[in-house]
Write a protein that binds this ligand. Structure first.
Ligand code: SF4
Length: 211
């Protein structure tokens, strides 16, 4: 089996496990999803979900957040890592959404990446979660780790990993692969003690029972 065939097999097996993968960031509209994604960098979704109810109660939309006091925002999100920088960036993002995009998130990677706090990974998540548009593959810590263990990449840089995965997989798999691999990494192919015995990929994984 060559690398492309293997990548496709992985994508199909994970698709069977997670036919409709969704983010675990709790949100009810695009504002909440985008802010939650920005807060989730270097932080677990669980932690983000703990702080967002109070944040969204106080600042329910882009307008409210754009004129927020930074210290108040920082205090509401202080349980997430790098909260001071994130408070500054989400306020900056709100101002950018209002000034550049008339209050609505653009359905465009390049434009989304103009928002402070939105790099390629976050833009991919927002596009895929909100509109089902996959212009790339989400590469977070889980996707990096699972792809490396499976022998799909030897790169360390997320951008290079994404390019490699995009070359291996046809576009129709990108969206599901992103979501299902994140969940697989979070619950099965965990950083420590991966559960190889219950992994649907264990027959094709070169790292099975070796980590
Ligand atoms: S077999 Fe083990 S190391 Fe390989 S993907 Fe599954 S859980 Fe991860």
């Amino acid at each position: 089996m060559d690398k492309k065939e293997k990548a496709e097999k992985v994508a199909l097996l994970l698709q069977k496990e997670h036919p409709f993968p969704k983010t675990e960031l709790v949100h009810s509209d695009e504002y909440q999803l985008a802010v939650s994604v920005m807060l989730s960098a270097q932080t677990t979704d669980k932690k983000v979900n703990q702080v967002t109810p109070a944040l969204f109660a106080k600042f329910p939309d882009w307008e409210a957040l754009a004129s927020a006091d930074i210290n108040e925002v920082a205090s509401l999100i202080r349980q997430v890592n790098f909260y001071k920088g994130k408070a500054q960036r989400i306020i900056g993002a709100a101002r950018t959404v209002l000034s550049l995009y008339a209050g609505a998130l653009p359905r465009d990677m390049t434009k989304l990446m103009k928002l402070p706090g939105v790099a390629r990974k976050s833009a991919n998540v927002i596009m895929q979660e909100l509109w089902g548009i996959a212009e790339g593959i989400v590469v977070d810590t889980h996707v990096s780790r699972v792809s490396a263990r499976l022998g799909l990449t030897s790169k360390k840089d997320p951008k290079k990993i994404e390019e490699e995965l995009m070359n291996l997989l046809s576009k129709k798999y990108w969206r599901n692969f992103s979501g299902s691999t994140v969940l697989h990494g979070r619950y099965v192919c965990t950083a420590r003690k991966p559960k190889c015995g219950e992994c649907v990929l264990n027959e094709i994984c070169p790292s099975a029972y070796k980590v």
